[in-house]
Structures are given as C-alpha cells and as structure tokens.
Design a protein around this ligand. Structure first.
Ligand code: PMP
Length: 306
C-alpha cells in the first residue's frame, strides 16, 4: 500500500496512522463530502498544476451546504493546506488529491460535530495517448439516484453506493462499466463520470437536471469543444440514441476522457476511440498540464522543482 503523508485535522501524518471514530456518521453512514482534484506535472516548466482548483473547492462548499455540514475551513484555507500536503510528499509527477470533509463526532445527525477534513495526495498518471483504454458499457438495470431522494448534485460519500450496485452488476454481467438511466428513463451518467455522445458531428450531453453531478470536466469539454468549433448541445438523451451514436465517452477528473466502444453489445463505429473523442482528450490533457497555455485561469501551481 502506498503510505503517503496526508493532512488531517491540522497535522501531517502517514495515511496509515490516520484514524476515524468507528461510530462517526462518516464511518457509519457515508456522511462525507469530497473532491478528487487532478494535478498535472509540467516537465518543461518544472511545475505541478492543479486543474480547476477553484471550481472543485466551490463545489465542495456547495456539497457541504446541501448536506448541512458546516465547513471548518474556507476554500482559501483548504487550498493552502492542499499545497502543504502535496509539498510534504514532494510530488513532482501527475497527482490526484482527495479532499474530504466529514462528520467526525459520534452518533447520528445531531451529534456530527466536530466536522473535520483530510487531504490525501497520491501519484496518478494521466491517460497515455498511445494506450487509450476502450470500454464496453451496459445500460444498468439500477436507476440513478435523483434530486428528491439523494441528490447527485452533492458529492456525498453515501451517493457512491448507488454507483457500486451498478458497477458491480455490470462487471458481473461481463461489461466494463454501467451507464445509468434516471427516474425519467433518460440517460443520466456513469458510476463516477459524466457522459457525452457524438451524433452527426455534434456533441450531446444530458443537462445538469438529468440526475448528474455538475461535473467540472463536462464543463471543461463544452468550452474546449466550442474552442474547436464543435457544436455542443445539452439535452435529454434516449437510451437507443447511444446504440446509434458515432462516439460515446465518459468524462471526469479521474476518468479524464474514457472512450466507450460498445453499449449493450451495440458496437460503436469501428470499435476504436472516435476522432472527436481522441481530439478532445488531446486538447484536455494539453490544457490541463499547461502544455497549451490557453485557459490559464484553470491552472494553479501547487508545487515546483526545487
Ligand atoms: N459524476 C460523478 C458521480 C462523479 O463522481 C464524478 C467525479 N467527480 C463526475 C461525474 C465527474 O465530475 P468531475 O468532472 O467534476 O470530476
């Protein structure tokens, strides 16, 4: 097991030394909100760039608000602690950082104070352009959680049990991963990533009211597509549209851009990552790592070569 240094409750300690009360709402009920933030190492500049850090920290605050946890820290403080955690590990490579705010007391809802936070950075390399994974997906028989039951808009630990049911079922049935339909029967998202399809040269993605997380990568790709004059539409998607699509891919901070080459056994295109998918992946990584200097506002330097 990798045993990096993590920031927790104001201290830097080994991950293996960090403890949580077994009777805390976090441990018992998944009462935590979190972000997975990617940082890309730019070898030429000797700098580590956190990608869209502000948007991730804003969403963390949004998740706290929805689940009525009061954040113990401001976004500016969290950013400063994140830099401390990354530098403690001297990560001069592509990195993923988990920032989690959790109910750290004992008992149920009324007693979840104090609210605590940990920040755990770990090395995680980006998708290699010569080794892009291709995925066979199924439409899950499990329905996506919805706004009036367990809102997908909040990035809460407990939500991920919905993804677990679908993901394990998909694997059991011989697929790589599931695609959820929402309560309305329309396409929603993957178990931990948003979805785009390409039909007739246009990118289409479900709206943020289709039981999806308000994904930062989804937003990034809509901007990058517009930069490349690719039309993007946000609209409900029917399941059979995926069977007829030219290209389908999932996107997220962890997934980056993951091409789907079949849905329920309907093979898409020539079973390889499609041209629009590949070109978006290329531009995404170039912008995220700062190899393309465009969209500077999306990158925050969090470490550099000393
Ligand atoms: N949907 C879900 C359920 C997720 O967990 C994630 C990963 N955070 C995403 C979508 C993609 O969101 P983002 O692009 O902000 O990482």
């Amino acid at each position: 097991m990798v045993d990096n240094l993590i920031w927790i409750r104001g201290n830097i300690i080994r991950q293996s030394q960090a403890t949580v009360n077994v009777l805390s709402p976090a441990a018992q009920f998944g009462l935590n909100v979190f972000e997975g933030i990617r940082c890309y190492w730019n070898e030429k500049q000797g700098e580590l760039h956190a990608f869209r850090l502000k948007e991730h920290l804003d969403r963390l605050m949004q998740s706290c608000r929805l689940v009525r946890l009061s954040s113990p820290y401001t976004p500016a403080e969290i950013q400063a602690f994140m830099v401390v955690a990354i530098q403690a590990n001297d990560l001069q490579e592509d990195t993923a950082v988990r920032v989690t705010i959790f109910g750290d007391g004992q008992g149920t809802w009324n007693t979840c104070e104090p609210v605590s936070m940990f920040i755990a950075p770990m090395a995680k390399s980006r998708t290699q352009m010569n080794k892009i994974p291709t995925l066979n997906a199924c439409i899950s028989s499990w329905e996506r959680i919805n706004d009036n039951a367990l809102p997908p808009r909040a990035k809460v630990g407990a939500n991920y049990i919905n993804g677990r049911y679908a993901h394990l079922q998909a694997r059991y049935d011989g697929y790589d991963l599931p695609i959820f339909l929402g309560q309305d029967g329309k396409v929603s998202e993957g178990a931990g990533a948003c979805l785009f399809m390409v039909r007739n040269g246009q990118l289409v993605t479900p709206p943020t009211t289709s039981s999806v997380l308000e994904s930062i990568t989804r937003d990034t790709l809509m901007v990058l597509a517009k930069d490349s004059n690719i039309a993007v539409t946000e609209r409900p998607i029917d399941r059979t549209e995926l069977y007829l699509a030219d290209e389908v891919f999932l996107c997220g901070s962890a997934a980056e851009i993951s091409p789907i080459v079949s849905v329920d056994g309907y093979v898409l295109g020539d079973s390889l990552p499609g041209p629009i998918t590949v070109s978006l992946l290329k531009s995404y990584l170039a912008v995220a790592s700062g190899e393309n200097p465009a969209h500077r506002e999306w990158r925050t330097v969090v470490h550099c070569r000393i």
